[in-house]
Design a protein around this ligand. Structure first.
Ligand code: SAM
Length: 250
């Protein structure tokens, strides 16, 4: 089926099936009726991260209520490449940026981790999830990046399967041509799953380095000659991964 043009694409947190009528939450109603100025009959696309993407039309546009009717399925559900991002969180706006951009770049799991030199003690999971949803709506991806609860780096590493390639971006490798991320990924062992690890503003501690160095399936890489801020480093590493091993290859 040729995908019809729709001005809006909404994430709906409930099962979707043909013929279902859904009353929208007030923020979604505001977005459709007042920001986009859509009215009864307007087509929109909806998805829930599980059932694929559906065409829907607005069936009711009242002052305090907006309903949509689910029509045909446009696309079956697919998941993004099995790529995770583990990172030591930074302050608010840049944390939002990381969640949004990592979602745009097709990361399946976003995992904020507490490292020895991380200055942040709390992370608002709901806010990260809202960023991931907004990015999914914009980028036409069908799944929502999963936000793992903020946990210690060691806990997170214990949950990383042995066959998941861990791409450790180490600022101490900056400028070492032998560790250049592009070369490292081009010759990386074949793998189905990967995770990029980004440290905090203070970098990794000696004991974290020792732990990571002894880990199997861990690829220590440089992101070039300059020390990048954590958010720049994360997006650079994810872009390199997607172009060499991930879904930009196709
Ligand atoms: N304060 C640290 C220093 O000056 O050595 C810099 C930490 S950097 C702001 C934050 C994280 O980004 C690092 O822990 C690393 O994961 C990643 N990073 C930044 N630049 C990098 C580079 N050139 N190569 C590899 N990783 C880099």
């Amino acid at each position: 089926m040729i995908k019809p043009y729709t001005k809006a694409r909404l994430y709906i947190n409930m099962p979707l099936n043909e013929g279902k009528i859904i009353t929208l939450a007030s923020d979604q109603m505001h977005y459709l009726l007042h920001v986009l100025r859509l009215g009864v009959g307007a087509p929109i696309a909806v998805f829930n991260g599980v059932d694929g993407e559906y065409l829907a039309t607005i069936t009711e546009a009242l002052k305090k209520r907006c309903s949509i009717s689910i029509k045909v399925r446009l696309r079956p559900q697919i998941q993004c490449h099995d790529l995770w991002l583990l990172f030591a969180p930074v302050k608010k706006a840049r944390l939002d940026f990381i969640a949004q951009k990592a979602s745009e770049l097709g990361v399946r799991v976003i995992w904020p981790v507490k490292t020895d030199f991380c200055q942040i003690n709390r992370v608002n999971d709901d806010r990260l999830t809202a960023n991931a949803i907004e990015a999914a709506e914009q980028t036409e991806r069908l799944d929502i990046a999963e936000i793992k609860p903020f946990s210690s780096l060691l806990t997170a590493l214990q949950h990383i399967e042995n066959d998941r390639l861990l791409i450790w971006c180490d600022e101490a490798s900056a400028g070492h041509p032998a560790l250049n991320i592009s070369a490292a990924l081009t010759t990386a062992p074949p793998h189905e799953k990967a995770a990029v690890l980004i440290g905090p503003e203070g970098g990794f501690s000696d004991s974290e380095r020792t732990h990571l160095q002894s880990r199997a399936n861990c690829l220590k890489v440089s992101l070039g000659p300059r020390i990048l801020r954590a958010d720049t480093a994360a997006m650079s590493a994810l872009s390199c991964y997607q172009s060499i091993c991930g879904d930009w290859k196709n």
